[in-house]
Design a protein around this ligand. Structure first.
Ligand code: NAD
Length: 445
């Protein structure tokens, strides 16, 4: 389990501007302490049962195929040396090179990185990308590092995992507390090691290094595309809805802005320190400005402060968990009032809570579908790097919409056919696809 600091608002900003904020007293803790990989495995077997997956295939797919743990030294500004622990885990490379972000957080665990790697495999499969899944994580609170320490850490971690990554092997991207500048250092370190520039080794790079137009907004935008599809399926007019967003970082703040652009009233948002709510609607530009000045959304004059748990429970039609895992559990699932829950975050809902939400008629767009816009545009960035041919933002958004709409329609149809909720349906499609790759390729030797 992790509790993040708030660096998302500065995503893409010069890392010099990262203030050395101490952890706030009494940060909101995720509710469940369960190893995240146990959740991923439980979800896997629920879907595997639906498609009658045989035991041999289950044994192959329920483990991560390559796992690297590195303990590496970093020279700090005061001349001392600290040793950090990082992981890079590839769940399955059957469909192609593996793909997945790198997370910097003081509570990163190997179980969490395994779960996130497995979910990346399913996410790529559900939207039909030619990638398997991977994830990386370093156990560090990046807010306590200077810019040069952050650069040293990134370069040394990259060097430690460089035998595993590469544009045809495993392609990292940003995740919680990592940003385009960090991807630039990663790309430069890898390129220095092989002796030539390799822009395709990572995605989420700054535009000047071959980053894709629209990548920064892609996760939030894709999530809103999925919400629009769900609203159509439910005959819900989004322009007369209320939206609540937990996590006002990259994914959450973009999704909130796009929902407001579409006419929805954004009634509550939160970050790691707490939330602010106004049933009449929040002025998002003013919330951004307040957060830029104070470092948090709490204390915003145009809203009432509320806790992170309360943000999930406010009256609204659309709820977007966009922070961390383990936020909706069997306890608070009974109190959620939304009609649609769109999981911009990875793993925000426990399997027990899934059933409660389904029984209550709440339509959950699962993480591997709702936040797949990010990896989809990362795929576009990788394609643009290989072809050395940049696309316009409108090309990127149009193609992403096609992929998201098609994936939503497929998952929705599977959910209807099997009479399951959308998560199981998404997993059924994804696991079926990866199992097929594995079957057709066979086992070597
Ligand atoms: P980020 O670091 O930009 O933002 C995270 C936000 O969550 C911050 O505002 C932080 O203050 C807030 N937060 C942390 N703990 C919280 C808590 N307990 N309650 C409420 N808010 C809390 O990170 P991000 O890239 O926006 O990622 C958010 C989630 O989206 C993660 O689960 C990540 O894995 C997932 N995701 C991100 C991408 C992407 O492209 N960035 C893609 C797919 C999935």
């Amino acid at each position: 389990m992790i509790v993040t600091d708030d660096i998302g608002a500065r995503r893409g900003a010069n890392v010099d501007t990262v203030d050395r904020v101490q952890m706030p007293s009494g940060p909101v803790q995720p509710t469940a302490q369960r190893d995240l990989f146990d959740t991923a495995i439980e979800q896997f077997h629920i879907a595997a049962d639906v498609i009658g997956l045989d035991d041999d295939m289950r044994r192959i797919l329920e483990v991560c195929q390559t796992e690297l743990t590195v303990n590496f030294p970093v020279e700090m500004d005061d001349g001392s040396v600290q040793v950090f622990t990082g992981h890079r885990i590839q769940h399955n490379n059957g469909p192609g090179p593996t793909k997945g972000g790198i997370r910097y957080h003081q509570d990163v665990t190997i179980g969490e990185v395994r779960a996130l790697a497995m979910w990346m495999t399913w996410k790529c499969a559900v939207v039909g990308l030619p990638f398997g899944g991977a994830k990386g994580g370093v156990r560090v609170n990046p807010k306590l590092l200077s810019q040069s320490e952050l650069q040293n850490l990134t370069r040394r971690y990259t060097a430690e995992i460089s035998s595993m990554i590469g544009p045809t092997r495993d392609i990292p991207a940003p995740d919680v507390n990592t940003n385009p500048q960090i991807m630039a250092w990663l790309m430069d370190t890898y390129s220095m090691q092989v002796g030539y520039s390799v822009p395709g080794v990572t995605t989420g790079k700054p535009l000047v290094l071959g980053g894709s137009a629209g990548r920064n907004e892609a996760t939030g935008r894709g999530c809103v595309f999925a919400i629009e599809s769900a609203a159509k399926a439910l005959d819900l007019d989004l322009s007369s809805t209320r939206t609540a967003v937990q996590g006002f970082g990259n994914a959450g703040s973009i999704a909130a802005g796009l929902m407001a652009d579409g006419g929805s009233r954004v009634v509550a948002v939160s970050d790691s320190r707490g939330g602010t709510a106004n049933p009449a609607g929040l002025d998002l530009a003013a919330v951004h400005e307040h957060k830029r000045r104070t470092g948090s959304v709490i204390g915003f004059a145009g809203g009432e402060d509320i806790s992170n748990r309360e943000v999930l429970e406010v009256p609204c039609e659309v709820l977007i968990p966009a922070a961390l895992e383990n936020q909706i559990d069997a306890d608070n699932a009974t109190r959620i009032q939304a009609r649609i829950v769109a999981e911009a975050a990875n793993g925000p809902t426990s399997p027990g809570a899934d059933d409660i939400l389904y029984d209550r008629g709440i339509f959950v767009i699962p993480d591997i579908l709702a936040n797949a816009g990010g990896v989809t545009v990362s795929y576009f960035e990788w394609v643009q790097a290989i072809q050395a041919f940049p696309w316009t933002e409108s090309d990127v958004n149009t193609r992403m919409r096609e992929i998201m709409d098609r994936a939503f329609a497929g998952v929705h149809e599977t959910a209807t056919t099997h009479g399951t909720h959308m998560r199981t349906a998404a997993l059924v499609r994804a696991i079926g696809r990866v199992a097929e790759f594995t079957r057709v390729r066979g086992i070597f030797p």
